[in-house]
Ligand binder design. Structure first.
Ligand code: MLZ
Length: 267
């Protein structure tokens, strides 16, 4: 159940600070991105698994400013997400206008020799996303300003439809280690500081995109101590004010601590 996560309470409970908007290659944490795309529209995109090739894709789902794309001629096992202000999506015709050829995608389900006729048919069917839908990608910061311990929202690359609360676990040059709160390292990864997969705290809320609850696994020793203290404190206050039995553990959901900051290994 992702609807009830509150950054405000969570930051208060954990005593940790969000990374500033200036750290991110995202436009705003106050103004939503204007996603004018619609499901079933077609566009050109770099193939997520073969980034040197440009192919035709159809928008199969939309979540806030994010588009779920399926390369035409593939079976839907390799759908991928792009922001509506991604530099990797283009109006149909862009490739040809630059003298390029649209490539058959990895995982093309038909014989490659049929690609030219398939392409012709696919371009005739369906409606094309108008060029006015495509937004300029933000410039992003010139240098890595993230610091260990800063909170953010990040795409779970193993479940790329999900955006989850995370913490900067390590910084190494232009790389940041994204550690998902409460998942004991299972989903953590290194990213460049200007990755489009990283968002400032509050981005999901402002952009009408669901955000996941932190997990319940693992424990950060420092933050954990602080959490226990806060939890004890609020329990005592609740009991002395209301003289009621201990609050139910549902409160604890908001204060799942981040996973242990074990030194990550780079892959
Ligand atoms: N269904 C999965 C989702 C985990 C998502 C974690 N994101 C950091 C699970 O429960 O394992």
């Amino acid at each position: 159940d992702s609807g009830e996560f509150s950054w405000e309470r969570y930051l208060q409970h954990t005593g940790m600070k969000p990374a500033d908007l200036a750290c991110f290659k995202q436009t705003s944490d106050k103004i939503p991105l204007d996603n004018k795309f619609e499901v079933s529209q077609k566009l050109e995109t770099t193939d997520a698994r073969n980034p040197s090739a440009i192919s035709v894709a159809t928008i199969v789902a939309i979540q806030g400013p994010r588009l779920c794309l399926r390369l035409d001629g593939t079976d839907g096992c390799n759908d991928f997400w792009r922001l509506c202000d991604s530099k990797d999506i283009f109006p149909l015709g862009t490739c040809a206008a630059h003298g390029g050829l649209l490539q058959p995608p990895l995982g093309f389900t038909k014989n490659v020799s049929t690609w030219p006729s398939f392409l012709q048919r696919t371009l005739q069917g369906g409606h094309h996303a108008d060029s006015s839908c495509f937004l300029q990608e933000p410039k992003g910061p010139d240098e890595n300003m993230f610091e260990v311990g800063m909170k953010l929202e990040a795409i779970d690359r193993k479940n790329p439809h999900l955006i989850c609360p995370a913490t900067i676990g390590d910084v190494d040059g232009d790389q940041v280690f994204i550690s998902f709160d409460g998942w004991r390292g299972t989903f953590d990864y290194w990213a460049t500081y200007d990755s489009r997969d990283l968002f400032p705290v509050g981005w999901c809320n402002i952009n009408d995109h669901p955000i996941q609850q932190p997990g319940f696994k693992g424990e950060n020793p420092v933050v954990g101590e602080k959490l226990r203290h806060l939890a004890e404190q609020s329990k005592r206050q609740t009991r002395s004010v209301t003289n009621q039995p201990e609050p139910k553990s549902s409160n604890q959901k908001d204060i799942a601590p981040p996973s242990a900051p074990t030194k990550p290994t780079r892959r």
